[in-house]
Design a protein around this ligand. Structure first.
Ligand SMILES: [Zn+2]
Length: 385
């Protein structure tokens, strides 16, 4: 695999704390990783830090706006054949309770499915979506193109953790709201990393919020908290918060999370990340042994299989399969990623199958059983719990 040959390094710049302005950071995790977008591979150098003054956790230096735009515009948006990985009912529940009205704006809407859009259309007369990904078809490409002061609700589902300047971003969201409008934000919950480290491990996440730090970031953007909940969030590892425009303006920050408590949340998450890499190493060993006799099947061209292959001399008999035809060249030539229908004989021959997507485990096993009578060893390798 020539994964590290043709790589664009993500440009970075120094950052002051978005909440308190301090630049006294405690570094808690540093790593680099190669991430695959449609057109190129990107090298992310990531330093996760905690502000010693207020406890805000983020990545510093932070990727520049231009490098983020380059990365996300060519990123793999959710494959249209895939089921969504969030609860449509929970999103609608919060909207019905807090954000009735006519004008709906959503930022970063590339993962929306037909059911959610249909339900939105039955509730809101005017729906606008903003998305930078080339393959998505939003109504506009830039936040600035949305008319100001008109929206009854603005939603940003799992967007804010990707944004280099969160106060500025929420300020733009606030400027779209009508005076009675509501902003709905969902983000991963840093307090939950010790249970599910998926959001900690994702290199794209440049902010790690708790409900308390999100309130402070929003306050600086002119927004007050109306409601916050873990149970009503559409994904198990996050929380949802609803905001309205502030009546009074303030620039004074309130004390947020104690830095040592934040460090504990991160440390517990890092233990689980370490467990994932141990599982990956055990997988490599199993594959190396099994491939002496038979083909080995890896199901899923994604961040888990990237972690499996990166820096490893992949044995020759390894075959990778993915449902998404755009993933054919995901590993830059070798190994080629095949669609299941083109890999039937390999699937039959394989003695061991590594499934790199826990969420799709059952449908993958059903497919394999449907085309092959041979009993196979199945191993799931996925940082998602
Ligand atoms: Zn701070």
């Amino acid at each position: 695999m020539s994964l590290r040959n043709d790589i664009t390094e993500v440009g970075r710049q120094d950052r002051c704390c978005d909440i308190c302005g301090s630049s006294l950071w405690a570094k808690v995790w540093s790593y680099s990783r190669v991430a695959r977008a449609r057109s190129a591979a990107f090298l992310w150098n990531v330093d996760v830090v905690i502000c010693l003054r207020c406890g805000f956790c983020c990545v510093s230096p932070v990727p520049t706006e231009n490098s983020l735009l380059e990365y996300y515009s060519g990123n793999f948006a959710a494959f249209s054949g895939q089921s969504v990985d969030y609860s449509v009912e929970k999103r609608l529940g919060v909207l019905d309770r807090f954000a009735p009205g006519e004008r709906y704006v959503e930022i970063g809407a590339s993962s929306n499915n037909r059911d959610f859009l249909k339900a939105l259309r039955s509730r809101y007369r005017n729906i606008e979506t903003v998305e930078v990904n080339d393959t998505a078809s939003p109504t506009v490409r830039r936040v600035g193109e949305i008319e100001r002061g008109l929206a009854d609700v603005v939603c940003a589902y799992f967007v804010l953790e990707h944004v280099g300047k969160p106060v500025e971003f929420l300020g733009e969201c606030a400027s779209m709201l009508a005076s009675t409008g509501r902003l709905v934000v969902e983000v991963p919950d840093i307090r939950h990393y010790g249970v599910d480290p998926v959001a900690l491990r994702l290199h794209e996440h440049v902010n790690h919020f708790s409900p308390a730090t999100l309130v402070e970031v929003a306050r600086l953007a002119g927004l007050d908290l109306v409601f916050s909940s873990v149970d009503d969030c559409s994904r198990s590892f996050g929380f949802v918060s609803v905001f309205r425009l502030s009546v009074s303006s303030t620039t004074q920050f309130l004390p947020v999370d104690p830095p040592d408590v934040v460090k504990e949340w991160i440390d517990r998450g890092l233990e689980l990340v370490g467990e994932f890499y141990s599982e990956r190493d055990a997988c490599r060993k199993r594959i190396a042994e099994a491939s002496l006799e038979n083909r080995c099947l890896i199901w899923g061209a994604n961040s888990n299989s990237l972690d499996l292959f990166d820096g490893w001399a992949v044995p020759e008999r390894v075959v990778v399969v993915d449902r998404d035809p755009r993933k054919r060249d995901f590993f830059f030539g070798e190994p080629v990623v095949m669609e299941p229908e083109d890999a039937i004989s390999c699937i039959r021959e394989a003695g061991i199958v590594i499934i790199c997507s826990r969420r799709h485990r059952q449908e993958i096993e059903d497919y394999i059983e449907g085309v092959s009578d041979e009993k196979k060893t199945i191993i799931v390798l996925d940082i998602n719990r």
